[in-house]
Design a protein around this ligand. Sequence first.
Ligand code: FAD
Ligand code: DHB
Length: 403
Amino acid sequence: MKTQVGIIGAGPAGLILAQLLHLQGIDSVILERKSRNNIEGTVKAGILEQTTIDILREMGVGDRMDREGHFHNGNYFQFNGQRRHIDLKKYSGGKQVVVYPQHEVIIDLVNAHYENGKDIIFDVEDVTLHDIDTNQPKIRYRKNGLDEELVCDFIAGCDGYHGPSRLAIPDNIRKEHVHFYQYGWLGILSDSAPAADELIYASHDQGFALLSTRTPILQRHYLQVDPFDDIANWSDDRIWSELTARTKTNDGWQVPDGPINSKGIFQMRSFVCETMQFGRLFIAGDAAHTVPPTGAKGLNLAATDVKVMSRGITEFYQNGSTDLLDRYSEICLRRVWKAERFSYFMTRLLHTNPKFDSFERGVQLAELDYYTSSEAGLSTIAENYVGLPIQWEKAEDLKAVIK
Ligand code: FAD
Ligand code: DHB
């Protein structure tokens, strides 16, 4: 089988890329390890930033998000029992975020893909990459017990942190930066009323808590826990009592509770792979970088990476130029490092470090007070939370702009 772009992985990165390429008349084939039901049913991200909202609308896949998503102009930071509002729209020049779950984005993108008359090859096994430093890279895989080969012009590695694409970049030119946190998140879905009109990020001596939402009757909340804790140690009563203690305000407000219908613990890590390209292989999204969830950046970074990739590939087919493709990694990483910085900053600002002495906790509370009350603090949180623009300029030209 032959195609122009072989895409490994039908997550947000792979599916958005396929749609962007289709709109430019470029053919692609997506190979996915899991089933359609699995990718459309897995609960992950909740927040889409303005840049991602714009990409989905431009692609013609934003209608259901516009109808059913909950658009927020701000969020709340809470500490010392006080709730402070961050007016994201005001401090970012009019930008917003939307609560629209990742699996709904996946459903919309898969539908759009089928409406384009395209197929996704689900349930593939043993995916390997070959000849990526030639003009005819190949992807080999097994499907229904048969060995198959896809010959391509380009390979897009959109296969998440554990996929094979990143590892196909030779060790001697691939530099990996990794940082682990001593924090885990326990996430729940509960049949309960929304906590507030916008998300609440709460810092408390007992640990961080995040109150998010899905629908008027289904809520998504998170608690900071030990990353190695066992979910069996967390009864529903214990979860609600921690969420209540960490989020109640001095005026007596308490989070509305209800039956919990799913719960799980995950670890967090910051990770950046430099470079994001080798020969005809380009990697995107979680395959190339991961962030702790505190800044709500993971899916959003995946979307902007593939926007850059699709422009580069389009330019190649339209006029033979490799200028953008040659700078793919540089353009993406400039933005990725800033999102890594913001996610790291938000994680350290809001989580309770059990090793902190009272001085360090005092500094953390002062930082929270500063960022939520100074115009400069509010602006820096807002412009990063709604998503920084892609900088397409060459690094040298950018320096000239700053001068
Ligand atoms: P993935 O979604 O991981 O997709 C990769 C795909 O590749 C998968 O379908 C996988 O099955 C497939 N694959 C893997 N290996 C192979 C193989 N060998 N062959 C074929 N296919 C393969 N991000 C935000 O922006 N906002 C948020 O609010 C947010 N909240 C989050 C909350 C939680 C609890 C979690 C866990 C994550 C959150 N994220 C958030 C992060 C976000 O979910 C990820 O960054 C996003 O899924 C990355 O998309 P991706 O397409 O790069 O990778
Ligand atoms: C959600 C997840 C996040 O990581 C975040 O920062 C905000 C919201 C969510 O799943 O709703």
